[in-house]
Write a protein that binds this ligand. Structure first.
Ligand code: ZN
Length: 112
């Protein structure tokens, strides 16, 4: 099964209305965003060493962009970079660990 293929609904057998329930994706986006913002902010304020220590989730991306943009700009850039990374990590967790899906046709939620 490829990354983008959806499973068939356990109840009605329809594959076209099944969506991934993105629990970890949402959490990952939020955590990644906050971590990235902190990383970018401190990276811009005090340099890559402190920024890298704070931004444990996205040290390279967050601090790298943070140093370039500086201050609040660094925090914002770090937030978006971190959120993007967290979003991808969370989606991976949802897709490969939780594996919970919902069918929008009949409303059934199921794990595979
Ligand atoms: Zn269904």
């Amino acid at each position: 099964m490829s990354e983008n293929e959806m499973p068939v609904c356990a109840n009605c057998g329809n594959a076209n209305h099944v969506i991934l329930i993105s629990t970890a994706k949402k959490a990952g986006t939020a955590v990644g965003g906050v971590s990235g913002a902190a990383s970018g902010y401190f990276g811009a304020k005090t340099g890559a060493i402190v920024g890298g220590g704070v931004g444990s989730v996205v040290p390279v991306v967050g601090t790298g962009i943070g140093i370039i943009a500086g201050g609040i700009g660094g925090a914002l850039a770090g937030f978006f970079a971190g959120a993007a990374v967290g979003n991808k990590v969370g989606e991976h967790i949802d897709r490969h660990i939780f594996r919970e899906y919902r069918c929008n046709k009949c409303g059934t939620e199921f794990e595979i």
